[in-house]
Design a binder for this molecule. Sequence first.
Ligand SMILES: CC(C)(COP(=O)(O)OP(=O)(O)OC[C@H]1O[C@@H](n2cnc3c(N)ncnc32)[C@H](O)[C@@H]1OP(=O)(O)O)[C@@H](O)C(=O)NCCC(=O)NCCS
Length: 290
Amino acid sequence: MILRHIFDPGTITVIHYQRRDRRAVRDLLEQPNHLHCQLDWAEIGDWLEQSNARAWTIWQGTRLVGLIGFGETLSEVCWLRVLLFRMEVDMGGLLQHSWSLIQPQLIASGASQVAVLIGDEFWMVYLRTLGFQPLDEVVTLRRASMDLPSPLQSPVQVRGFMSPDMQSIFAIDQAAFLPPWQMSLFDLRQAERMCASAMVAVHEGKVVGFQFSTFYFDGAHLARLAVHPDLQGRGVGHALMTDLILRMSKRSVYVMTVNTQLTNLQSQRLYERFRFSRTGYDLPVWTTAL
Ligand SMILES: CC(C)(COP(=O)(O)OP(=O)(O)OC[C@H]1O[C@@H](n2cnc3c(N)ncnc32)[C@H](O)[C@@H]1OP(=O)(O)O)[C@@H](O)C(=O)NCCC(=O)NCCS
């Protein structure tokens, strides 16, 4: 039986994660714990070492009892990526206390909002006490079809990504997505490194859209698709999707998934046009103001 420790703020220290804590974090991960982890491209240990990760360790005396990790602040929003607590601690008290110490530091980094993608009712109970409210849902769509789209008359050429395209891709991502959905340059670079297909759409010599896709065990996942708002509604997204599906079919990949927001009807219409349909696997996104 696990005995729940009484929370005493006097014994608690909350400090920035440092490289020397790596071992203690690994030990904590091996103990009975509560873990929420939303890291798209990395394991916790590796993610903590990344230059854009910000994490705070929570100590009771000399014992690590918790870890809270955030991504970098972008357009005043930062994503809550990791919540890790030793099973036997008083989670409510510890989370409230740590949050009150971390909050001013997030504000100092330029953040006015924290977002989190979380589906587990266990965490929602605690997040509500920190002021988190539902904002949207991330929905999953899936395509399993050998029917191939026919390329239409297109205003763009689709070609493979090249490293100098990254700045344009970042600018497109910033312009096409609203906060909290934009990706940082760091995360886009990471996504591109991990992906199996990275293509850009070029219009009059300028990159105006892109898609990044990864492979998983029996299919492909469209990880990112965006078209510059000035060129939307002119078939650029259609051209990128057609290219992707034809490219995947050459590798005998006929199953594809994609995530988008429930409120993003424009993207859902495009995906449905390519025979994607909702899987019913939806995850809520919650936000809180700082
Ligand atoms: C979703 C998104 C990628 C779509 O890209 P887009 O270039 O605007 O899409 P398209 O122009 O190909 O398709 C949009 C419409 O233009 C029409 N269209 C116009 N000219 C066209 C042409 N030459 N060929 C094909 N379709 C054309 C399509 O029929 C479509 O109409 P519909 O919405 O009534 O079905 C884009 O809106 C975007 O970047 N949104 C913000 C980021 C985002 O939501 N990303 C995806 C979710 S993660």
